[in-house]
Design a protein around this ligand. Structure first.
Ligand SMILES: NC(=O)c1ccc[n+]([C@@H]2O[C@H](COP(=O)([O-])OP(=O)(O)OC[C@H]3O[C@@H](n4cnc5c(N)ncnc54)[C@H](OP(=O)(O)O)[C@@H]3O)[C@@H](O)[C@H]2O)c1
Length: 269
């Protein structure tokens, strides 16, 4: 039987740290090809060959602010900024192709919009495309359900100095998993930061702390503490490649799915 045609990928936010990792990860595979590398209209990269940033990139494309109407695509991968979501989502919607999004810091309204669009195209948004974090979410939910309210839950995240949103999307997703496991409404129990003199820790709180330092790729620690013992679950990403390979794998899988809202767990099976 003939192998299926390679999945044609558009990468939006292609000149960024994650965009370049995704271009690099996709070129390692035979089941996909990059057909468009999109950036902002005002980006200094417009018109620059991708091979200048990734030597040997074949076929050589230019970073472009728009999609050529002649270029056929099967899926859009967006790792950019919340302000850029509309552009990327608009292309996926107009072309009726799958949409994989790793952009964090989206507003509730933007997340709702993504879910609405999933009625028309396959959509997968994840704050973290690493397999280890997908597993951490399951482990943390299990621990929260078993340990119950007697254990205080706190989440610490550390990222590089360029990260704009805090707490990280992954920290929020871990907090959400804990709240769901404890049958709590996340927004009622999440304490996203602490500062100054307050009233202390409320009984059901899920507390967050964010550190920003140098080039840390991403670390998350979930702490469950009682009066007499403490459990800590930590995930450390050593390189952005882990997110990029997860996003490319998800994109190839999602391109062949019917419209709907998907999770990384669906890709992992
Ligand atoms: N889900 C995950 O697993 C995961 C992992 C790591 C990071 N992230 C998230 O991925 C996003 C990108 O992170 P990064 O570290 O790669 O950031 P970055 O290095 O700042 O790159 C951002 C990219 O977005 C482009 N961009 C910005 N505004 C745009 C617009 N209006 N239209 C089109 N392109 C636009 C930039 O292009 P120009 O500046 O060249 O125009 C650049 O290529 C962040 O939200 C980050 O939190 C997610």
């Amino acid at each position: 039987m003939a192998a299926p045609e390679p999945v044609r990928l558009l990468v939006h936010g292609a000149s960024g740290r994650m965009g370049l990792e995704i271009l690099g990860a996709a070129r390692q595979r035979r089941d996909c090809e990059i057909v468009a590398a999109m950036v902002r209209a005002v980006s200094p990269c417009v018109g620059e060959p991708v091979s200048r940033k990734l030597p040997g990139f074949e076929p050589d494309l230019e970073f472009r602010p728009t999609l050529d109407p002649e270029t056929a695509i099967d899926v859009v991968i967006d790792f950019s900024l919340p302000d850029a979501l509309d552009t990327a989502l608009g292309i996926a919607r107009e072309r009726r192709v799958a949409f994989v999004c790793g952009t964090t810091g989206l507003s509730l309204e933007q997340k709702n919009r993504l879910q609405d669009v999933a009625a028309h195209i396959p959509v997968l948004w994840s704050a973290n495309f690493s397999l280890g974090v997908a597993l951490l979410k399951r482990v943390v939910a299990l621990a929260a359900a078993q340990l119950g309210d007697e254990f205080d839950a706190e989440i610490l995240e550390i990222h590089h100095r360029h990260k704009r949103d805090a707490p990280s999307g992954t920290a929020l997703a871990l907090g959400q998993a804990i709240a769901t496991a404890r049958r709590q409404v996340f927004e009622d129990v999440a304490r996203l930061s602490r500062d100054g003199i307050g009233s202390g820790r409320l009984p059901n709180e899920i507390g967050f702390a964010s550190l920003r330092a140098a080039d840390v790729v991403g670390e998350h620690t979930v702490i469950f503490a009682s009066e007499s013992e403490r459990l800590e679950f930590t995930h450390r990403a050593n390189s952005r490649a882990v997110f990029a390979s997860g996003a490319v794998r998800s994109a190839i899988w999602l391109a062949r799915q019917p419209p709907g809202w998907y999770d990384l767990a669906d890709v992992l099976g």
